[in-house]
Design a protein around this ligand. Structure first.
Ligand SMILES: [Mn+2]
Length: 573
C-alpha cells in the first residue's frame, strides 16, 4: 500500500507587484489581458516599453556591434589573415553549443568564400577544450590563425604553445574565466570586460564575431540572420538564461528552425518525430533536436553532427540523422541503466544533503544527464562519477539554491580539476579522495543550505480558475515563449477541484483526471505525467485537490480542448 503518494512541497504564490489600475492601463495599451501584464510585471517588465520589447523582441533591439570593442579587434585581425591567404582553423566542442558554434563560423566563412579548417574534439579521446597534441598538429599543418569557439578560456598552456609555434589566436568562449585570461591575441567572452550580453552561449558569441567580420571581410556582406537557426539551437541546448539578447536571438532563430531551410535541420526534425516544416519552440528543440545532435559527441565523433548541420543534400542529411537517431536511442538505454544503478546507490545516503555517486563502469558521456535526472528525483545536488585513465571524473548538477561552483571551490584542495557554474560542473580527482569527497560534498551543501535536506519548492505565477482558461488566453500565453532558464512557463494555482474520475493511460504510466471547478461549474481533463506508479493504486475520486498546473490546448481527432498538465498536487482533502 502506498501511504503518501504526494510528497510535501513548499509552494509560494507570487504577488502582483503593480496595482490593478496600472495593469489595466498597460493591458489596454498593449492590447493584451491584464493577467498577461501581471505575469510580465512579475518577470521584471514594469514599463510599456519593457513589455513591448519582451512580447516582440525584434533584432533592431540588439545593441550596436561597437558596444563590444573586442569584436572589431578580432575582425580586423582575422580579415588580415584572410587577405594574405594564410591558413585558418576553427576549434569547437563536442556538445550542441560547441558544434553549432563551429558550424556557424564554417557556414559563414564558406558563404564568404573563405577556406577554414574546422576541428571538434572527441569527448573520450581528447576531452573538453584545446589539447597540446591538437595544437601541435595544427602547427605542422601550417595553420597560422586559430579561432576557438565555445572553449579556450581555461586553456592557458595550449594557447601559449600555439603562440610559441607561430600562431595567432582569437579566443571566443562564454565560460567563466579564471583570475587570469589566456595570452590569446584577442579574447571575446561575454563574461569579461563590460560585454552587453552577459548570458550569451558559445554560439551567440560566435554569431557576434561573424556579424563583425561581415563588415570587414572583402566582398559583399551576407545576411547573417540566416545563421540564427544555429544560434537558437546551441543557446537553447546550453541552458543559458533566455534574457535580453538571448531572447532576441532565440525567438528569431526559432522561426528559421521552423522553416527548416537547412536539409540537416529538416531531416533532424523528421527523425525526432516532427514534420520537416513543423513550427518548433524551445521545448521541441531542447527535448527533440538537441539530444540527437549531442548523441554523436556523447558516444562517438561529433563531426557527424557538424556534417549534418552543414549538409546541402537531403538524402545525405536523412542518412546522418538516421544514424544520430540510433545513437540517441543507444544513449537513452545506457542512461536508463546507469540511472537505475545510481538511484540504488543514492538510497544508501538518505541523510546526505549532497550526493556523490560512483561506478567505474559508467559511461562518461551520459553522466551529466543522469545527474540532472537524479537532482529532479532526489531534489539534492548530485555528482555522478566514473573512472577514466586512473582518475575519477564526472559531472555535477545542482538545485536552484546551491551554487555548485562555489561548493566545489571549497573542495579544490582534493580535486585535480573542476569547472562550470552554479548549476552544472565537471570535476576530476584521485581515487583515494572519493570517500572524503562524499562527506565533504554533503557538508559543502549544508554550509550553503543549512542542516535540513533541501525541500522541493514551487513558485506559482497566479491563481487561476477554470473560467479564466479561454482559447484566447492560452494563445496569449504563447507570447511569453520561448520558455527556458529565467523565463519558465507560467505555473498556476488551481482553486480546490473535485475529482470526478481517475484513469490510467499510456501503458499505465500516466494518470488522467476529470476535474470540476465548483465556483464556475466547469469541467476539464487533467494529466499527471509519469505518476502512474506512485498514484496508480490509489483512487482520488470524490476527493478535492489543489493543483499546480499549466494549461494547454489539446487537439485529438480534430477536436480541440483545454487540458491541465498537472505539475504537483499541493493538497488533498
Ligand atoms: Mn557552451
Amino acid at each position: 500500500m502506498i501511504t503518501n503518494p504526494v510528497p510535501k512541497i513548499k509552494w509560494k504564490l507570487k504577488k502582483p507587484r503593480a496595482s490593478r489600475e496600472q495593469l489595466h492601463k498597460l493591458a489596454h495599451e498593449l492590447e493584451v489581458s491584464p493577467i498577461l501584464c501581471a505575469l510580465l510585471h512579475q518577470r521584471g517588465m514594469t514599463t510599456y516599453e519593457d513589455m513591448l520589447f519582451f512580447l516582440s523582441p525584434g533584432l533592431r533591439y540588439l545593441p550596436p556591434l561597437e558596444t563590444w570593442p573586442e569584436l572589431q579587434e578580432a575582425a580586423t585581425l582575422i580579415t588580415s589573415f584572410v587577405s594574405s591567404g594564410k591558413k585558418i582553423a576553427v576549434w569547437g566542442d563536442y556538445d550542441v553549443d560547441g558544434i553549432a558554434s563551429a558550424a556557424l563560423l564554417q557556414d559563414f566563412f564558406s558563404l564568404k568564400g573563405v577556406t577554414a579548417l574546422t576541428l571538434l574534439p572527441h569527448r573520450i579521446r581528447d576531452g573538453y577544450g584545446l589539447n597540446m597534441a591538437g595544437i601541435e598538429a595544427l602547427a605542422r599543418d601550417e595553420v597560422k590563425l586559430l579561432i576557438t569557439v565555445d572553449c579556450g578560456i581555461s586553456n592557458h598552456q595550449e594557447i601559449a604553445r600555439a603562440r610559441e609555434l607561430g600562431m595567432r589566436v582569437v579566443l571566443t568562449d562564454h565560460h567563466l574565466p579564471g583570475r587570469e585570461l589566456p595570452e590569446a591575441d584577442v579574447v571575446i567572452n561575454p563574461k569579461c570586460h563590460d560585454s552587453p550580453h552577459e548570458s550569451l552561449a558559445g554560439v551567440g558569441t560566435a554569431f557576434f564575431l561573424a556579424a563583425a567580420l561581415n563588415r570587414t571581410l572583402p566582398g559583399t556582406p551576407i545576411d547573417v540572420r540566416i545563421l540564427l537557426d544555429l544560434v537558437a539551437l546551441g543557446t537553447i541546448a546550453d541552458l543559458v538564461p533566455l534574457d535580453a539578447t538571448n531572447r532576441i536571438l532565440v525567438k528569431n532563430g526559432l522561426l528559421l528552425l521552423s522553416e527548416a531551410k537547412r536539409p540537416g535541420i529538416y531531416a533532424l526534425k523528421e527523425a525526432a518525430g516532427f514534420c520537416g516544416t513543423d513550427s518548433v519552440g524551445a521545448g521541441e528543440v531542447g527535448f527533440g533536436l538537441a539530444p540527437r545532435i549531442n548523441a554523436a559527441g556523447r558516444l562517438d565523433d561529433p563531426a557527424l553532427a557538424l556534417e549534418l548541420l552543414l549538409c546541402k543534400d537531403m538524402d545525405r542529411a536523412r542518412r546522418i540523422s538516421g544514424k544520430l537517431n540510433t545513437m540517441n536511442s543507444q544513449r537513452k538505454k545506457t542512461e536508463e541503466e546507469i540511472l537505475k544503478q545510481a538511484r540504488e546507490q543514492a538510497k544508501q545516503y538518505p541523510r546526505h544533503s549532497g550526493l556523490a555517486l560512483f561506478d567505474p563502469r559508467w559511461h562518461p558521456g551520459v553522466l551529466g544527464i543522469v545527474a540532472s535526472r537524479l537532482v529532479e528525483e532526489f531534489n539534492r545536488p548530485c555528482l555522478v562519477l566514473t573512472m577514466e585513465d586512473g582518475l575519477i571524473r564526472g559531472s555535477g548538477r545542482s538545485v536552484a539554491d546551491f551554487d555548485l561552483y562555489l561548493g566545489l571551490l571549497t573542495l579544490q584542495d582534493q580535486l585535480c580539476g573542476f569547472g562550470g557554474h552554479s548549476q552544472a560542473a565537471g570535476l576530476s580527482l584521485l581515487p583515494e579522495y572519493l570517500d572524503s569527497l562524499r562527506e565533504r560534498f554533503h557538508h559543502a551543501v549544508q554550509e550553503q543550505l543549512g542542516p535540513n535536506l533541501p525541500q522541493k519548492e514551487i513558485e506559482l505565477d497566479a491563481e487561476l480558475g477554470f473560467d479564466a482558461l479561454s482559447a484566447d488566453f492560452l494563445q496569449e500565453l504563447e507570447l511569453l515563449q520561448p520558455f527556458g532558464p529565467q523565463n519558465p512557463r507560467p505555473v498556476f494555482l488551481s482553486p480546490p477541484l473535485r475529482v470526478l474520475d481517475q484513469t490510467l493511460f499510456g501503458k499505465d504510466r500516466h494518470v488522467g483526471f476529470v476535474l470540476s471547478d465548483p465556483d464556475s461549474g466547469l469541467r476539464l481533463r487533467g494529466q499527471f505525467w509519469r505518476q502512474g506508479n506512485s498514484l496508480g493504486q490509489q483512487s482520488l475520486k470524490g476527493k478535492t485537490l489543489t493543483l499546480a498546473y499549466t494549461p494547454s490546448m489539446n487537439t485529438y481527432r480534430n477536436l480541440t480542448s483545454i487540458r491541465l498538465n498537472i505539475r504537483e498536487i499541493l493538497e488533498i482533502t
